[in-house]
Design a binder for this molecule. Structure first.
Ligand SMILES: [Zn+2]
Length: 469
């Protein structure tokens, strides 16, 4: 931490009465925001257009970017061109291979007792029904634990249906618990002899949009067709089941999976004045699910962190190098984050953080610096407070992509976005550009700009950028 950026001052309590003086003396010294950090932050808040340009461009000119497909390859080309045009240095792709899963035709319909169509989407790495589909009786479970404790006989030869009651939450905390039907349901159903599974979408909306998402078959489970019904369709199925008669569904989920798919991380830098100084690592993920255009998940994340780095570059040359990573293949299981940590986990980092929870306003932050560098933590808190962002001393690291690098030793920072409406759109056809509020997007850019400026080690204005390669 560059002390020139830390402008803490002590209250002088000369005028205070003796009792008050004692109280004041036991308090830690207050920290005020650095005026240069404040100026950069406020400029980003008022004027940023870099983030909108990236999220609008990527979602319009590429669209969906399913991992390890030709669409994701086009997205990497787009990213290379954009990051180069924005003036970043050392722009390159680091490729890796992975199993690729792609979606084919899919449908669900009730055959009996009340024939009708339902909306469905396959989950990632679902087994395929083949074009003819499968037909079976529905075995209903109110939770994944109810399925876990059911006798195999209640499931064998049937199509399992799992319900849950996920509600919106600012911190998105329902996703951990209520995501279990998607993450564990298919494996449990398969091990008990089910021929397929549908779950109530892991979502908080009431639109007829199924929410896809990844799952894996573990513990030797044979892959079976696994899909998500939209929330209104799941509720419809429950009403039909409550009539007390056996319910038969025809389920068609065609998909393909093969090994050796190509993905990659796109990396760019703002070179620091001191190449040996620990790096500031920020980013988001370039890939998306295939149903929408991946605007909030996660074009906005790469856009926000890249825009922040560009604001630093506009101001001059930081002491520390800022490295931006547009991670590949996050959705099918964090392949890009793992590949990055394998190649770069042993490098020295000042901080690692990512934006991957939409584009609504940041309301809270936390960081490991609270323990490892309390002065820097206090300075971060002071620079974020004017944006309405509170500090959370009990927060944890989050983010699939930086997690392996953090596990390898990098200190972390987490900026928590408001997740109240995130799971209305997450992994659905509704994840599109119009869901992004430009005002809240700029607040995100301002916050990350404040973080990078605070931890930059000082920005030398007028310092020449090194030649790009
Ligand atoms: Zn994401």
């Amino acid at each position: 931490m560059d002390r020139t950026l830390l402008t803490a001052f002590l209250i002088t309590a000369a005028a205070a009465p003796a009792a008050a003086q004692q109280t004041v003396a036991t308090l830690p010294p207050p920290v005020i925001e650095d005026p240069r950090v404040a100026a950069l932050r406020d400029d980003a808040l008022a004027n940023d257009h870099y983030a909108w340009d990236i999220v609008e461009g990527l979602t319009t000119e590429v669209g969906q970017r399913l991992a390890a497909t030709e669409a994701e390859a086009r997205a990497r080309d787009w990213a290379m061109k954009r990051l180069t045009a924005m003036g970043f240095a050392n722009v390159h792709v680091e490729p890796f291979t992975m199993p690729v899963w792609t979606r084919g035709p899919e449908s669900a319909e009730i055959i009996a007792p009340f024939p009708q169509k339902l909306t469905v989407a396959a989950l990632g790495y679902s087994g395929s029904t083949g074009p003819g589909g499968i037909t079976g009786q529905i075995a209903y479970f109110p939770s994944v634990d109810a399925l876990r404790t059911a006798p195999d006989a209640a499931v064998r030869g049937k199509i399992v249906f799992i319900d849950h009651n996920m509600q919106p939450a600012q911190d998105g905390s329902g996703y951990g618990q209520f995501g279990a039907p998607r993450r564990q349901g298919p494996t449990i159903a398969s091990l008990k002899g089910a021929i397929g599974i549908v779950i109530r979408s892991i979502g908080t909306d009431h639109h007829r949009n199924p929410h896809t998402g990844v799952q894996y078959f573990t513990d030797g489970a044979t892959p079976i067709p696994a899909g998500a019904l939209s929330v209104p369709d799941a509720e419809q199925l429950i009403r039909i089941l409550k009539r007390g008669r056996p319910v038969t569904m025809r389920l068609t989920l065609v998909s393909e999976k093969h090994d050796g798919g190509q993905s990659g991380n796109v990396i760019a830098e703002v070179p620091g004045r001191d190449p040996k100084a620990p790096i500031l690592l920020v980013g988001g993920h370039l890939d998306s699910w295939d149903l929408g255009t991946g605007a909030i998940d996660d074009a906005s994340g790469v856009a926000i962190t890249t825009a922040a780095a560009r604001h630093i570059m506009d101001a001059g040359r930081p002491m520390r190098t800022i490295r931006i990573v547009w991670f590949g293949a996050e959705e099918p299981g964090g392949f890009g984050g793992n590949a990055y940590a394998k190649a770069h986990g042993s490098e020295s980092y000042a901080i690692a953080g990512e934006s991957d929870f939409g584009a609504d306003r940041i309301w809270r932050f936390s960081s490991q610096l609270m323990k490892s560098d309390p002065a820097a933590y206090a300075q971060l808190a002071a620079s974020l407070a004017p944006l309405g962002i509170t500090k959370n001393d009990k927060g944890d690291a989050d983010g699939t992509d930086v997690e392996p690098t953090i596990k390898a030793g990098a200190p972390w920072v987490s900026l928590n976005q408001d997740g109240t409406r995130y799971f209305d759109f997450h992994h659905t056809p509704d994840d599109t550009l119009d869901k992004i509020d430009p005002v809240q997007l700029r607040q995100n850019v301002a916050a990350w700009t404040a973080v990078l400026a605070t931890l930059s080690g000082g920005i030398e204005s007028g310092a020449k950028q090194p030649k790009r390669r």
